[in-house]
Design a protein around this ligand. Structure first.
Ligand code: KIV
Length: 270
């Protein structure tokens, strides 16, 4: 009889890569153990996105997110999950300078969190780094189109590909990261026909956010689709209205504290 504890096998990077053209890949972001445990039941992979800087920590963009914060939230999500592949974002300033720097920081993320892959932003310009990481054992998810870490250069969070003349550059980005060895690629904030075209052209799965239903999978920021974000971008469908529910619950609680209706008989020790 085996003395090994029973292990649930997590979804692997090759399993995600093989989903190209198959059943759509389901994914969401998550930043904490308890929400990740719920998402884990339904998602093929969970992204610990650097959007956590804006969603959880009230930052104006993702540019200020430090590596240690990603590692802290990455650890929580790995602890809270058993099944999904966990991908952790590399934050701005931790990978762009050189492949060596990217390797050092990606290895730190993987060793300290126990995640299965990292994601980084950028197309052709990051291809050399992606190749360097993959050859050294670090699976990389690429991210092109609207890349929030470059929002200062882009002049804001701008939908990409509105001008058809720019399509070849995005297509070139997609090809370059694919050839470099990325196992999947996030297409964010680009016009639908361009995302659909890129999905047809490359042989790794595309994961759309504000992109196209033709992508091989979809991702949303969990708090956005739960209705916790005070502002809802066009590409988000709200599957819940947690913001309103939380507000109602907090105001009911405040009222009951003030009127001494809480704690009631059931909530005290006799
Ligand atoms: O940081 C993030 O949440 C992301 C997704 C929007 C893809 O990169």
């Amino acid at each position: 009889m085996s003395t090994q504890p029973q292990r649930v096998r997590r979804t692997t990077v090759p399993q995600i890569a093989r989903r190209k053209g198959g059943d759509p890949i389901v994914s969401l972001t998550s930043y904490h153990a308890h929400t990740a445990a719920i998402v884990d039941k339904y998602a093929d992979f969970i992204l610990v996105g650097d959007s956590l800087g804006m969603v959880m920590h009230g930052m104006e963009s993702t540019v200020g997110v430090p590596l240690d914060l990603m590692i802290m939230h990455g650890k929580a999500v790995v602890r809270g999950t058993k099944k999904a592949l966990i991908v952790v974002d590399m934050p701005f300033g931790t990978y762009e300078e050189s492949p060596n720097m990217a390797f050092r920081n990606a290895a730190k993320i993987m060793k300290e969190t126990g995640c299965g892959a990292v994601k980084l932003e950028g197309g052709k310009r990051m291809a050399e780094t992606i190749k360097f990481l993959v050859e050294r054992g670090i699976p990389v998810m690429a991210h092109i189109g609207l890349t929030p870490q470059s929002s200062h250069v882009m002049g804001g969070f701008k939908t990409q590909g509105r001008d058809e003349d720019s399509w070849p550059l995005h297509e070139e980005d997609a090809r370059a990261v694919t050839e470099a060895g990325a196992f999947a690629i996030v297409l964010e904030g680009m016009v639908e026909p361009l995302a659909a075209k890129i999905t047809r052209q490359i042989d790794i799965p595309t994961i759309g956010i504000g992109a196209s239903a033709q992508c091989d999978g979809q991702i949303l920021v969990l708090e956005d689709m739960l209705g916790l974000n005070p502002w809802t971008p066009k590409f988000v469908k709200e599957y819940g209205s947690l913001g309103a529910m939380i507000e109602q619950a907090v105001s009911d609680y405040a009222e009951e504290v003030k009127t001494r209706a809480f704690p009631g008989e059931d909530h005290v020790y006799r």
